[in-house]
Design a protein around this ligand. Structure first.
Ligand SMILES: [Zn+2]
Length: 367
């Protein structure tokens, strides 16, 4: 069985190692050493993602390993985090000036504890492939650059979801990033305003044409950044927009992407002297698994074996699981006992982390 005290020790150790996106070397060294001590063959790909393989002992030779994944980076403010346990002995939180980093240190700790417990209780049933990615936050860049030739797992679990481990994420949206640079014509605002074309006005015109917000139950969009202009008395020549479209339905994503393009074209027609450079790029694909999917049933079995009731959910956010899915690996996100991701109110429940470690152990060692 997992050891609660050891789990608390591990997660607080990991939280104390700063690892904002792009600065994962220290935590990577720590995790690599821990996995080597467990007997894993630890590798890194060119991007720095950690891939560790542990052989099973349950006559599983020839079967592909199962993947256990989490990510090593955190968002900001995530430096010098001081984790402490509430008087209830269960809730871990920061001092309120930083995030906790439970996303995804809780996930990393759960994987280490699940493997350790399985080894203490007679060894791994199945071969395991641990994938700890870099730069998940802000674009899944680690997973997108993962050297998939190192991976032979075809299914697994991604320990990176909110709430209890019984929450299994069976559907997630695709995301298109929408960026636009608008070049108008600069002119003195007092002397010759009629000679200028305001890039900000063009941007505003575009904004009013776009379908934004929650478009339907599985589609959202946002323009999150609008920048531009130089000085009060100059007609703004430059504007920049950064936004996104997401849908769990690929056809809808394509339809709304076309609608976005039309809105930009209409604005361009209204302002012929402005130049509009629109760039819409797919970041990751949507996924959806059926209740009968063997990879899902494998996880649900482990959740049930831990005495919990699986809750199948969909999300509005992407994760490394989206990228794994594109490469034919069905590794679904589950809860890691963490709440209020990416805020200074973030908490982790030790009880729920413990449950997740039990599920991890049951997953890699089927009875
Ligand atoms: Zn995360």
């Amino acid at each position: 069985m997992p050891d609660r005290e050891r789990l608390v020790r591990t997660v607080t150790e990991l939280i104390r190692i700063d690892s904002p996106t792009g600065e994962e070397d220290a935590i990577d060294a720590h995790l690599s050493a821990r996995l080597s001590d467990l007997g894993a063959a630890v590798q890194h790909d060119a991007y720095g993602n950690l891939v560790a393989t542990l052989p099973g002992n349950n006559g599983s030779a020839g079967e592909p390993p199962v993947m256990l994944s989490a990510h090593m980076d955190t968002v900001e403010p995530g430096r010098g985090i001081q984790p402490s346990l509430d008087a209830n002995g269960d809730t871990l939180r920061s001092d309120g000036t930083t995030i906790l980093g439970g996303d995804c240190k809780a996930g990393l700790a759960i994987v280490l504890e699940g493997i350790t417990a399985a080894m203490e209780d007679g060894g791994l049933g199945r071969s395991v492939q641990v994938v700890f990615s870099r730069a998940e936050e802000g674009g899944l860049n680690g997973a997108r650059n993962l050297d998939f030739s190192l991976i032979n797992a075809t299914n697994g679990m991604v320990f990176d979801g909110e709430g209890p481990v019984s929450r299994i994420c069976v559907g997630a949206p695709a995301q298109n990033v929408v960026q636009c640079r608008i070049t108008g014509v600069a002119a003195h605002a007092g002397l010759e305003p009629e000679n200028g074309v305001s890039a900000l006005l063009v941007a505003a015109n575009i904004l009013t044409r776009l379908p934004l917000g929650r478009i339907d139950h599985e589609t959202t969009s946002n323009i999150g950044v609008l920048e531009g202009g130089l000085k009060r008395n100059i007609i703004p020549e430059q504007a920049f927009m950064d936004g996104e479209l997401r849908s769990r339905d690929q056809a809808k994503l394509e339809n709304y992407t076309s609608e976005f393009r039309r809105a930009f074209d209409q604005a361009a027609a209204m302002y012929p002297r402005a130049q509009i450079d629109l760039d819409i790029r797919n970041q990751y694909q949507a996924y959806r698994v059926l209740e009968t999917d063997p990879a899902l049933m494998d996880i649900a079995r482990a959740v049930t074996a831990a005495g919990l009731a699986p809750a199948l959910e969909t999300t509005g956010g992407g994760s490394d699981a989206n990228v794994f899915f594109e490469h034919g690996i069905v590794a679904l996100p589950v809860g890691i006992g963490v709440r209020d991701f990416h805020t200074t109110r973030e908490t982790a429940s030790i009880n729920e982390m413990y449950d997740a470690a039990v599920v991890c152990q049951k997953f890699i060692r089927p009875a």
